[in-house]
Design a protein around this ligand. Structure first.
Ligand code: FAD
Length: 469
């Protein structure tokens, strides 16, 4: 057993660590290793946890060995993909972290429009490989996010309206369940597990390989950017909502209330920025964007053909790892005038860049699945809202956190129920029932009960197996 004196952290002996290490193709990083400090940190520096060891797995067999070791020593597990969990679900105090970051192989089968990616791949790995064939799988909007967490919680990005959520494009998953068994999850092989994986997937074990559909999108897409003053934001946002609700699924657009990063005379001024991506005929892009911007005087408007890979890495510098981050997110119905006014008032008080209020129109390919077809909840919501702020390790985060909480709370009366698991904040763990809703929570609980992946995996948007009925 690992040492667990009352009130003291779990510690493995040098001998236990050496024995585990000798069985792996990868390696074990214990608190004594110089690499430990880097290995224990994830993207969000608000999360400051000390695992008993990090197992950097090289293959599926390593994952099985690490899970068996955690069970043998009765310590909790966390699985780390890209490490982008805002809530810190991929690292655990005193437990064993199964780090998949060395498992990043991608195999594309262009003839059948499929791609297989290992469980530690980042979106950059997926995108680079598929783009070599002019293909893409819908994913998120930052290239350093992990495919693992993004898919298992849903996955929304620029191609969602056209091709659905990332989890809607999942065809199969190789995984090691938290009880140590190895399964291929698929619609035919394991319908219940496959249902749960698409939205509540982090509850069951470690996915070592995902297989996705990949779609032809070409390698460049028309991207429009328009900026409006905050005074004009109500008119621009109201027109945006009207336009999106009658547009085809080829148009994806997001509203950002944020401080400007340029041009020079506007730097740090809070503005309304509208970014659009068009997947239809490029010759129609100008007219589509003119329509989206129509009726409101703008400070700036530009349309350009952008390499898809550049689009996908547009946020990499602004949102690089290493700062403290806090977010609140949910869903909105119709964005009323009063709601926009409330958001504009909050934007005026926004802390420095890159704090942001983000509104994204949702309907599209994701509506082609019925709500009951996957664990992912609220697929028919009108808009997502996400309020994010960040500050450096040396600053007092409280004023930033207060701004996010105040902004989000002010929109309560326009929020529809629910919360996107991938945007859960560090203080949202008590809201897992709100995330999934009673019916899906209980259904997942039931599948947990049947599969019994084990009590050692609780570090995720957790639906505990012990509560199975
Ligand atoms: C900068 C930034 C940008 C983002 N942009 C988007 C976006 O555009 N669209 C969107 O939908 N979301 C977005 N998100 C949210 C993102 O989807 C979640 O944070 C997601 O959980 C990240 O996955 P990860 O593998 O990087 O995270 P991790 O922190 O590694 O893991 C998150 C959860 O997934 C589990 N997990 C990860 N990989 C595996 C695996 N292979 N097998 C089993 N469990 C696994 C972990 O155990 C943990 O519970 C963004 C987040 C950040 C920080």
């Amino acid at each position: 057993m690992a040492q667990r004196a009352a009130g003291r952290p779990v510690e493995f002996t040098d001998r236990q660590i050496a024995q585990l290490d000798s069985r792996l193709a990868g390696d074990v990083i214990s608190p004594a290793c110089p690499e430990y400090e880097r290995a224990r940190r994830i993207w969000n520096h608000m999360i400051d946890r000390y695992p008993a060891a990090v197992v950097r797995c090289a293959n599926q067999s390593d994952v099985s060995i690490a899970i068996a070791f955690a069970r043998e020593h009765d310590v909790e597990l966390a699985v780390r993909g890209g490490g982008h969990s805002l809530a810190g679900h991929s690292v655990i105090d005193d437990g064993l972290v199964i780090d998949l970051s060395a498992m990043r192989r991608v195999v594309v089968e262009p003839d059948i429009g499929r791609v297989r990616v290992q469980g530690g791949c980042l979106l950059a790995d997926l995108d680079r490989a598929t783009q070599a064939f002019g293909l893409a799988t819908p994913a998120g909007v930052m290239s350093q996010t992990g495919v693992g967490g993004l898919t298992l919680g849903g996955g929304m990005g620029w191609l969602t309206r056209k091709f659905g959520l990332t989890c809607d494009n999942l065809l199969a998953a190789q995984m090691v369940l938290a009880d140590g068994s190895v399964v291929t999850a698929g619609a035919r092989e394991t319908p219940d597990l496959f249902w749960a994986l698409r939205g509540a997937g982090a509850n069951f074990g470690a996915v070592t390989e995902f297989e996705f559909a990949a779609h032809p999108v070409g390698t460049t897409l028309p991207v429009g950017v328009a900026m409006f003053s905050l005074e004009e934001a109500p008119s621009a946002i109201a027109h945006y909502e009207r336009t999106m609700s009658c547009s085809t699924d080829d148009l994806k657009a997001t509203v950002f209330l944020q401080r400007a990063v340029g041009p020079q005379d506007l730097v740090e001024v809070p503005l309304c920025v509208l970014v659009s991506v068009w997947t239809g005929d490029p010759r129609d892009a100008r007219a589509v964007n003119e329509e989206l911007w129509r009726g409101t005087p703008k400070l700036f408007g530009d349309l350009q053909m952008m390499p898809y890979l550049e689009l996908q890495s547009m946020n990499d510098t602004t949102l690089a790892a290493g700062a403290c981050n806090y977010t609140k997110g949910g869903y909105l119905g119709h964005i009323s005038e009063a709601c926009i006014e409330s958001l504009v008032e909050s934007a005026k008080l926004m802390p420095t860049t890159p704090s942001v209020i983000e509104l994204t129109y949702q309907h599209g390919a994701q509506d082609r699945l019925e709500e009951r077809e996957a664990a992912f909840p609220d697929r028919h919501a009108d808009h997502t809202i996400n309020v994010l702020t960040r500050w450096s390790d040396s600053e007092d985060g409280q004023p930033y956190i207060d701004w996010v909480r105040g902004t989000f709370a002010a929109t309560t009366s326009w929020q529809t129920s629910g919360l996107y698991s991938n945007f859960m904040a560090v203080d949202d763990d008590h809201r897992v029932r709100d995330v999934y809703g009673e019916h899906k929570y209980e259904k997942t609980e039931g599948h947990q009960g049947q599969i019994r992946p084990g009590e050692h995996l609780r570090q995720n948007p957790n639906i505990p197996p012990s509560a199975g009925r």
